[in-house]
Design a protein around this ligand. Structure first.
Ligand code: NI
Length: 387
């Protein structure tokens, strides 16, 4: 494996940073300590540091002569999970945990910044983007809205996420969709409450809601081209308080996933049509709210080739999977890819034994991966901004 020697030499430092961040997890837009830690490290490497985009966001700039500029992005936030691990660097913040490896992502990008500042062979400008609130809250979108690419213009932007179950030292990347668009919906079904022994005197929203849940399954199975991907999941059903009363109202909530805009449009149109039609058949009414959250994460083909080449330089061709199956999970790096061509890769986090999977209370980022990821970032810069 061609890990960059100077990066391998400070592997222990990176492990220490990673554990420091892991022990002090912070959630959406409250990454104050993490943001301070990241900014201090970047300053100590001699980079110009900008703070305050999306509140806790940090952007550091490394400029070496005239040339193109690229953005490299890591996420800093943790999750509301009570950590079940017992090791020394376990979470010290009750109920919060780095269960998605953003501690590792942040550390790998810091490692790359240190190397590139000390010894990087490139000509141009690198913007290191550390974003808050990747989980649910769209910190990436907020940075873009607050002028990320106006303040720090880039020609391309790159992102990376660890992938448990894929061996450490392996990368996966594909052109086109890598992760899905993520939306949410809420349907309120209104009937007329009644005594449960006299259903004919009311309009039962529970039976209507049950048929709506079943009806929604046809959006993916009947309304979508069989070769396209679509997910419609009802994840909440709320109604009633006791045994013998038919309630007046049922609330359904759920999420949808898709890659193609046409599929997404069709899901958005179909949910109210099906819900209203079924409700009307039973004399009930519905109100439907549909909210678009994250766009799909789409890799640009040219940037994907560059990313694959950089990964190949580090781990060799056999360790770079070129056509992984995309997932229906979502990623707010998608907002940056909407603005700029770029590429998002997965880096293996090793085996999933002891429930070491994303968002598990037993998860931990694999420190073995740190110099591999940092070397990938460094090669990406040295390839794109060849001196
Ligand atoms: Ni994540």
């Amino acid at each position: 494996m061609a890990i960059i020697n100077r990066i391998a030499a400070f592997h222990d430092d990176m492990s220490a940073w990673r554990r420091e961040i892991h022990a002090h997890p912070e959630t959406a837009f409250e990454e104050y300590r993490t943001s301070d830690f990241v900014a201090a490290k970047l300053k100590s490497f001699g980079l110009e540091v900008h703070r305050g985009l999306a509140g806790t966001g940090v952007v550091a700039t490394l400029k070496r002569g005239d040339g193109p500029s690229i953005g490299l992005r890591a996420d800093m936030d943790a999750l509301h999970i009570h950590e079940a691990n017992g090791f020394a660097h376990k979470s010290q913040n009750q109920g919060k945990m780095h269960a998605c490896g953003h501690d590792g992502h942040t550390t790998m990008l810091l490692g790359a910044a240190r190397y590139l500042s000390e010894a990087g062979k490139f000509k141009g400008t690198v913007h290191f983007i550390f974003q808050p609130a990747e989980e649910n809250e769209g910190g990436g979108r907020k940075m873009v809205e607050e002028g990320l690419f106006k303040l720090f213009p880039v020609e391309q932007v790159y992102g990376m996420h660890n992938w448990p179950g894929m061996p450490a030292g392996r990368f996966a990347v594909r052109a086109g969709p890598m992760m899905a668009a993520f939306d949410i919906f809420e349907i309120i079904v209104r009937g007329r409450g009644a005594h449960a022994a006299m259903p004919h005197t009311g309009i039962d929203p529970v039976v209507t809601a049950a048929q709506i849940v079943t009806g929604l399954q046809t959006i993916a199975s009947r309304g979508t081209h069989p070769v396209d991907a679509a997910v419609v999941s009802v994840t909440q059903i709320h109604a009633g308080d006791t045994w013998n009363v038919i309630p007046a109202e049922v609330v359904l909530r759920g999420t949808t996933r898709s890659f193609r805009p046409e599929v997404r449009d069709n899901i958005e149109k179909s949910i109210p049509r099906i819900a209203e039609g079924i409700a009307a058949a039973h004399g009930a009414t519905v109100s439907v709210r549909y909210e678009r959250r994250y766009p799909p994460t789409i890799n640009e083909p040219g940037a994907t080739e560059i990313a694959a080449r950089a990964a190949t330089d580090v781990v060799g061709e056999a360790q770079v999977e070129r056509n992984p199956t995309p997932t229906m999970g979502a990623e707010d790096f998608a907002f940056m890819l909407e603005q700029k061509p770029g590429c998002y890769v997965w880096i293996g986090n090793g085996p999933t034994d002891n429930e070491r999977v994303l968002h598990s209370p037993h998860y931990d980022f694999n420190d073995e991966v740190l110099p591999i990821g940092a070397s990938y970032w460094a090669r990406l810069v040295e390839t794109t901004l060849a001196a």
